[in-house]
Design a protein around this ligand. Structure first.
Ligand SMILES: Cc1ncc(COP(=O)(O)O)c(C=O)c1O
Length: 366
């Protein structure tokens, strides 16, 4: 596959290898990465603090910026507190270390489709790891029954939205099974936070779920247009996250990133209409793809992906679209077979005409 070089910020129109494309890739769901308020905040923080970690355990503590980021995300999620983590990738490690340090679990049950940042860390927790079938609560129930000994508690982990295909996890069913076994359910909600739910709180809010046994973390590098990860939750849980290895052992995001994270959450809190626009765009895209005969789910998740019969055919479709000035992803990632998939991401800032044009051109080249 040719190597494309992105030469502008991700936006509905993005410069790639010297040419402007109608762009349907990446994860900048509101294209905040290039929003003037975010750029201004990051630039001001850079001028004030330099390229310095926003908080430094080895130095003289934290910055007002870091404190403000944590308070703003706690407010956004309606949580008692929130921890601002070095990266989205490290959220699962930080969250699960805090959970396993506070309570004893007999085993960890992981949805097989979960992101690398989940599956790679599980052996480090020192508990038996039992994978269960993708988005299959009955298989989870059978696994719990088969692997838990009397008196043992389980930790069940999954992505909230699986990143490649944009599928939602069946969180209500997972929670029901978890409750029957007094288990705790942890979600990597990197693609749900800022995107789903009435207030943008993510997959749990989308499903209307709140429970002491349901916790999550997610990245700030997608919907929020910034960098780092966040874990909202109860005070005691967030305190345990802060006391853990990740927050003490990894450099925090830098001050410009923290300033961007603050601007990003303030923008999303102030503009719920962007979320509605994003969901409408997702529905328009997905219903259009289904009309073309492509098997994509109906949901407000702004990601659609599908496989065609061969890698060559998918390469050909992507190249044909590039030749027509449209960029979609040809992705090989967790959740795809060896041939990979074609993947389209829609932003709140795409117009109906731009989505319509993608669908027309796809119809021509499929
Ligand atoms: C499900 C999921 N979790 C975690 C991450 C990692 O987040 P970050 O890029 O902020 O490290 C990603 C990023 O691509 C992701 O898709």
């Amino acid at each position: 596959m040719p190597r494309y070089v992105m030469e502008s910020a991700p936006a509905a129109v993005t410069v790639i290898s010297g040419k402007r494309y109608l762009y349907f890739g990446g994860t900048g769901y509101y294209t905040l990465q290039n929003h003037p308020s975010l750029l201004q905040a990051a630039t001001a923080a850079l001028a004030r603090y330099g390229m310095h970690p926003a908080t430094s355990r080895g130095g003289f503590g934290t910055t007002p910026l870091y404190v403000a980021v944590e308070a703003a995300y706690a407010r956004f999620f309606g949580a008692e507190d929130a921890a601002y983590i070095a990266s989205g990738y490290l959220c699962n490690l930080a969250g699960l270390q805090a959970l396993t340090s506070a309570a004893r679990f007999g085993a960890i049950f992981v949805d097989r489709g979960s992101h690398y940042s989940m599956t790679d860390l599980l052996p480090a927790l020192g508990l038996p790891v039992v994978p269960f079938a993708y988005r299959d609560p009955e298989n989870l129930r059978r696994s719990l029954r088969a692997h838990l000994r009397a008196g043992q508690r389980a930790l069940v982990v999954s992505d909230g939205i699986f990143p490649l295909m944009g599928h939602l996890a069946p969180v209500p069913a997972y929670l029901e099974v978890a409750a029957a076994y007094d288990a705790v359910l942890w979600l990597d909600d990197s693609h749900g936070v800022g995107v789903l739910g009435e207030r943008g709180r993510g997959t749990c809010e989308h499903y209307g779920l709140a429970s002491e046994r349901l916790l999550f973390g997610g990245t700030l590098s997608k919907a929020f247009g910034a960098y780092g990860g966040v874990i909202p939750g109860r005070k005691d849980f967030v305190r345990a996250v802060r006391a853990g290895h990740v927050m003490n052992g990894a450099t925090s995001p830098t001050s410009p990133a923290a300033a961007a994270a603050l601007a990003g959450v303030e923008l999303l809190a102030a503009h719920p209409e962007w979320r509605i626009q994003l969901w409408n765009n997702a529905r328009m895209l997905k219903s259009g793809l289904r009309r073309l005969g492509l098997p994509v789910e109906d949901s407000p998740v702004p990601i659609a992906a599908w496989a065609l019969e061969s890698a060559q055919r998918m390469d050909g479709v992507q190249r044909a679209l590039m030749a027509r000035g449209i960029c979609i992803q040809r992705a090989r990632y967790v959740g795809a077979g060896p041939a990979g998939v074609l993947r389209v991401v829609v932003f709140s800032t795409h117009t109906a005409e731009q989505i319509g044009r993608l669908l027309e051109e796809l119809q021509r080249v499929l």
